[in-house]
Design a protein around this ligand. Structure first.
Ligand code: MG
Length: 307
């Protein structure tokens, strides 16, 4: 398999990013962030979550965020739904795209979503079926695909099992998440290759965290498998809930810079994206975590401008 000529980036900053940031942004600021990200050319932006605001106050009022967005219909705005109630709220809010989240680790599943893997999957089945029947797009996440804070290393066979069941129930796309960011390139590639054998590479999204500085290397290691979709968060928003102070999601600016250098299209305007990254870090009171964003802020040239 060779590298795709175009990579679709799923920007997860306004959901996965913000839910792990200490400062809670008002609804207007979340709307402005999503609009600004769409203006950079990003075509899929995770817009929020319908989990309980008691658990994730950063993403309360996601319905108001959706209501405040008037973007072209081709911009995908997936929202996370944890259960039937969240799904019902998402439908009421007019969501056209949802995501459900399972884990490859039994311990993490019980700690994070209060249900074992089997229970979570059987709870999602009717939600996914109804969503698909209503014409919604559905993505499934597999957390802890490369490691778990409780169980340590996770066997690829466990990821294959959960990813196959999500795909089998109707998730068009399965995002393989290195939730704690412990993976390294060969391990990441082997895991993704194993899942691709079962569900096909075109249905897989990579979701790597930069806790140990490996996210970009892990993406690169998987590109030759023919991966077409990669998740990232502007300015690397997010942190790691199990490693306070650690880096978060792969930064979208860094991903775009690397892909551009590889001759792969993303459709994203890097300079505009870097400006969005600076603005959101200022709003959150956090230091910028994208190397490319910092270089551009300091006046360095974009890839291609160097001789
Ligand atoms: Mg993440």
């Amino acid at each position: 398999m060779s590298r795709a000529r175009t990579i679709r980036i799923v920007e997860v900053g306004p959901r996965d990013g913000l839910q792990n940031e200490a400062r809670i942004l008002p609804v207007e600021a979340r709307i402005d962030l999503i609009k600004a990200l769409a203006e950079t050319g990003l075509g899929t932006i995770e817009a929020g979550s319908f989990v309980s605001p008691r658990h994730v106050p950063q993403l309360a009022a996601t319905a108001a965020v959706l209501a405040g967005l008037t973007l072209p219909p081709e911009v995908g705005l997936p929202v996370l739904v944890p259960n039937g109630r969240g799904f019902s709220d998402a439908l009421t809010a007019g969501a056209r795209s949802i995501a459900v989240f399972a884990a490859a680790s039994e311990c993490f599943s019980r700690h994070n979503i209060g249900r074992g893997i089997d229970q979570s999957l059987s709870d999602y089945r009717p939600i996914v079926a109804e969503a698909r029947a209503k014409g919604l797009r559905v993505r499934g996440y597999v957390s802890c695909s490369l490691g778990c804070p409780y169980e340590g290393r996770i066997a690829p066979s466990k990821v294959v099992d959960v990813a196959s069941r999500l795909a089998g129930m109707g998730c068009e796309e399965v995002s393989l998440a290195d939730t704690i960011g412990v993976g390294t390139p060969d391990v990441a590639r082997a895991m993704v290759a194993a899942v691709a054998q079962e569900i096909g590479i075109s249905r897989i999204a990579l979701h790597f965290h930069d806790t140990y500085g490996q996210a970009l290397a892990n993406v690169l290691a998987c590109l030759d498998l023919g991966v077409t979709t990669v998740d990232s968060a502007v300015s690397g928003l997010g942190g790691c809930p199990y490693a306070p102070g650690a880096s978060g999601n792969l930064a979208t600016e860094d991903l775009v810079y690397m892909l551009t250098g590889l001759g792969i299209e993303t459709g994203v305007d890097l300079r505009r994206l870097a400006a969005v990254g600076r603005a959101i870090c200022s709003s959150l009171g956090t230091r910028p975590r994208s190397r490319a964003g910092q270089a551009l802020s300091a006046g360095m040239a974009e890839e291609g401008a160097h001789v």
